[in-house]
Each structure stands twice: as structure tokens, then as C-alpha cells.
Design a protein around this ligand. Structure first.
Ligand code: HEM
Length: 474
């Protein structure tokens, strides 16, 4: 036998061994984890609750590579669509290092999001958990979470904050748009990122300009780079740099808190009205909200808040530029409002923006089609049965919101940008949940809609947007 034949034989041999080990591990995992759980806790007759079908993929890697590569392909839905066809709307997989039950079923997702922490708790990858720390609003559960979420949510919805945001965004956008010229491309996502960060920093900790803001922004950029890094905390690694950046930011916020407390003690300012989220939390009498916990959480709250709004704005402009009729309606509506206000000499209020019916439909449709947050993850704290499926204790659960929003079952022509579909439709259904649901419903949802409405208003009333020349599809 010559060398090439021997190599071929050896490769074949190795291949057979790998497949054998792979099947063994997979089989073991399915039988020892899920099947054992099933027989332990749930009856398995053919009409009883069933463990979702599916594949755990390769050892260690699971199906992560296929999941990630489909996201970068021309057909990002391929991963979910393929499995939905093979196994149904709820199936098992193994992604990002964890055995996971994936759901593209609106009702199952709703039931999981509505359940409390005795059944499901939030799940984030290890790196994200390390960066956030145990007392982050994104991770805590029970009464402390409800208190924190309630206080933050009501402040972010409050009319005085919304009025402040209208004033600030008007200022920030005017300053930025004054510099736009025809011969210079404008990167909308960068502009909106800059504006959204300033709005957030002011709403959370009243940092609004100068060196303090620049320093915070710089450290924050370093901090969020770590969210996508390896979970190795050694000098020189990204996670280490990000943790150092967080430490500096926490120190900066603790100083702000210290100054606020001192000023309140000396009666240097009116403490009756909360100016930012820190003020709201400091007023809470419960001693659980320590200064360090508040400072850490102000940084953590910037994670969901900072990128989502710019993506929403950029996608809205992209969809509008592909849809001349929608762009025309939106522009007309906003121009009308602007002329009316100029005639009466009145200012634009936050509820003027939020009551523009077509603009709101455009934002809703962008949230549906754009899927700024594609899904949310949980971990099962006990065996849970929903709609005939069993989600075993210890397994992760991915509520894949994107597939629901693009499902023919719920939306006619789901890939068509059609703001008019919201004319008759109710937004409060399980088939529309861009901001999640239940106890962890996004507390920034009003803020996100308001910021997007103000941005679009300024854009279409100051500039004439040319739709892309592609014909509109019906
Ligand atoms: C288009 C914009 C936004 C979208 C689509 C969005 C979406 C979401 C979703 C789906 C969740 C639920 C996560 C879960 O259930 O685990 C969430 C949570 C959260 N969002 Fe937003 N969000 C947006 C903007 C904002 C803004 C502007 C803020 C401002 C601070 C914010 C702050 C938060 C916080 C603090 C949580 C965690 C709530 C908790 O776990 O109790 N979000 N968001």
C-alpha cells in the first residue's frame, strides 16, 4: 500500500471514530439529560407533554456555527426555517455553548416571558454576566428586581423626562444637521448613536457635556467591546480591559452620586423633583439600593439602551427609502405638523410626536421587520410544560422573536414593509413583542419610540429624502 492510500484509509478510520464519538456524546446528552428528566418528571405517553425534537449538533460547538453563519447569509432565516420545517415551531438545539430549547411560537414565547423567576431566570453568555455583575437589573430577580424595574420604568415614561428629551434632541440634532452638506455622506447610524448616547447619559446620570461626557463615552466604548469577547479575564485580554473600563465608569458615577447626596444635605438644590434615574433610586427608602449597586446599574442600563435606538432609526430610514409611498405619507404628516406649529407659534411637545399616526405605524412596522432585538434568553429553574412541550430544568430557552414577527401565520406578506397593516391591527398580541414582555418588559420602550419619532421628524422636515430608484413591490 502506498503512502496516499494509507493516508486515505487513516482519514476514513478517523472520520468513522469521530462520527462514533459524536453520536455517542449526542445520544448520551439526549438520553441522559433530557430523556432522564422526562421520565423523572413527566409522563411520556404519546398524547402527553413532549420533549422538543431537534439536534444538538457537534460536540462542544453544537449548532452555533450554522446559527451564526446563517445570520450573515442572504437568507438569515434559514437556520430557524429549516428546523421549523423538520421539527415544528419549538425544537431543541445547542447554541453558544448551551443546550437550548428554541421557540418560534408566539404563545410559547409569551408564556415564558410572562412567567416569574421560580420558573425562568434571565440567561446571558458568561462574558456578559461577568461584565454586568450579580446585582445588575438584567440579572437580578424577585422583589428587588420588581422594585428597581418599577422605579426606572416610571421615570423613563414620565412627562417631564419626555419634555426634556424633546428639547435636548432638538438641540443635538440641529447642531449636527447644520453641518450636513450635499457633497459629504452622512452616516445616519453614527449620528443617531451620538445623539442617543447623550440622551441616555443625561436621563440616567445627568452627564451632558464636556470632558466628563467624552470620558464616559470613551470608557463605555471600551466596556461594550468586551460583550463579544472570550470569557478570559487576564491582563491583556479584551474582557480585562472592559472590566477596567467599567470600574472607572462606576467610580465616575459614584462620585456623581456622592455630590448629589452632599448637595441634598446642604439643601443646595431642590431635591423634590427627580432629574435623572439616579435621583429616583436615591429617593428609594429601601437600603438594598446601595450607591455601588446604583452606579453599576447605570452602566448596565446603557447596554440595552445605547445601540438599539440608533439601529431602529437607521432601519426606519432604510425601509422608507425603499418605499416611496410610505416616505411620502410620513413626510406630509410631519410637514403639516411643523407648519401648524409655526402658524400658531407653539412649541412641539412630546405627545405631538407620539400622536402622529402614520409615523407611529412606520416605527411599529420597523420594529416588526427590523427586529432590533432578535430574541431573549432564559434558563429553566424547574421542568416547565407549555402548550404540550416540556422545557427541562437547567436548559436554556431562546424566545426567538424575529421568526414570530416574520411568520406568514401572523402577517400577510411578512417581508413587505407595510405600515398600513397596523391600521386595523392590535399591537398588544403575542405575535408582536419587540420589547419583550412580562416582568422584564423593556422599561425604555416609550423613550425608544419618542427618540425615533423626533429623529424622523427633523430628518424629513429639514431634508428632502430621495427614495432609492428600485421599484416598490406589492
Ligand atoms: C428599539 C429600542 C429597544 C428595543 C427593541 C429594546 C428591547 C428590549 C427587550 C426585548 C428587552 C427584554 C429583555 C429580556 O426579556 O430579557 C429589553 C429590556 C431592557 N431594556 Fe430595552 N429595548 C430598546 C431600548 C431601550 C432603551 C432606550 C433603554 C433605556 C435605558 C432600554 C433599557 C432596557 C432595560 C434596562 C432592560 C432590562 C429590563 C429587565 O431585565 O428588567 N431599552 N429591551
Amino acid at each position: 500500500m502506498d503512502i496516499s492510500s494509507s493516508l486515505l484509509l487513516l482519514s476514513f478510520f478517523l472520520f468513522v471514530i469521530i462520527i462514533f464519538i459524536f453520536n455517542k456524546i449526542n445520544g448520551l446528552r439526549t438520553s441522559s439529560v433530557s430523556k432522564k428528566k422526562l421520565t423523572d418528571h413527566v409522563s411520556t405517553h404519546s398524547y402527553g407533554p413532549r420533549f422538543p425534537q431537534g439536534s444538538l449538533g457537534w460536540p462542544i460547538l453544537g449548532e452555533t456555527i450554522e446559527f451564526v453563519s446563517s445570520a450573515y447569509s442572504d437568507y438569515p432565516e434559514s437556520f430557524m426555517d429549516k428546523r421549523q420545517l423538520m421539527y415544528g415551531r419549538v425544537f431543541k438545539s445547542h447554541i453558544f455553548g448551551t443546550a437550548t430549547i428554541v421557540s418560534t411560537d408566539a404563545e410559547v414565547n409569551k408564556a415564558v416571558l410572562q412567567s416569574d423567576s421560580t420558573a425562568f431566570v434571565p440567561f446571558y453568555p458568561k462574558t456578559v454576566r461577568e461584565l454586568m455583575g450579580k446585582s445588575s437589573i438584567l440579572l437580578i430577580n424577585g422583589s428587588l428586581h420588581r422594585r428597581f424595574h418599577g422605579l426606572v420604568g416610571s421615570f423613563l415614561k414620565s412627562p417631564p423626562l419626555k419634555a426634556q428629551i424633546v428639547r435636548d434632541m432638538h438641540k443635538f440634532l440641529s447642531e449636527s444637521m447644520d453641518l450636513w452638506s450635499e457633497d459629504q455622506p452622512v452616516l445616519l447610524q453614527d449620528v443617531s448613536k451620538n445623539v442617543a448616547f447623550k440622551v441616555l447619559a443625561k436621563a440616567l446620570i445627568s452627564v451632558e457635556k464636556g470632558e466628563e461626557l467624552e470620558e464616559l463615552k470613551e470608557e463605555f466604548e471600551q466596556f461594550i467591546r468586551g460583550l463579544m469577547s472570550l470569557p478570559i479575564n487576564l491582563p491583556g485580554t479584551q474582557l480585562h480591559r472592559s472590566l477596567q473600563a467599567k470600574k472607572k465608569m462606576v467610580k465616575q458615577v459614584e462620585k456623581i452620586i456622592g455630590d448629589k447626596v452632599r448637595r441634598a444635605k446642604n439643601k443646595e438644590e431642590d431635591g423634590a423633583v427627580a432629574k435623572d434615574v439616579v435621583d429616583v433610586l436615591l429617593k428609594d427608602s429601601s437600603e438594598k439600593l446601595t450607591h455601588n449597586l446604583i452606579a453599576n446599574n447605570m452602566i448596565d442600563m446603557m447596554i440595552p439602551g445605547h445601540d438599539s435606538v440608533p439601529v431602529l432609526i437607521t432601519l426606519a430610514v432604510k425601509f422608507l427609502s425603499d418605499s416611496p409611498t410610505a416616505l411620502h405619507f410620513l413626510t406630509e404628516e410631519n410637514m403639516e405638523l411643523k407648519s401648524l406649529k409655526e402658524m400658531t407659534g407653539e412649541q412641539l411637545y412630546w405627545n405631538d410626536y407620539l400622536s402622529l399616526p402614520f409615523t407611529q405605524k412606520v416605527i411599529t412596522e420597523t420594529l416588526r421587520m427590523g427586529n432590533v432585538i432578535i430574541g431573549v434568553m432564559r434558563k429553566a429553574m424547574k421542568d416547565v410544560e407549555i402548550k404540550g412541550y416540556v422545557i427541562p430544568k437547567g436548559w436554556c430557552f431562546l424566545a426567538y422573536l424575529r421568526s414570530v414577527h416574520l411568520d406568514k401565520l401572523h402577517y400577510d406578506s411578512p417581508y413587505k414593509f407595510n405600515p398600513w397593516r397596523w391600521q386595523e391591527r392590535d399591537m398588544n398580541t403575542s405575535s408582536f413583542s419587540p420589547f419583550g414582555g412580562g416582568q422584564r418588559l423593556c422599561p425604555g420602550l416609550d423613550l425608544a419610540r419618542l427618540e425615533a419619532s423626533i429623529f424622523l421628524h427633523h430628518l424629513v422636515t429639514r431634508f428632502r429624502l430621495e427614495p432609492l430608484s428600485r421599484p416598490e413591490r406589492n
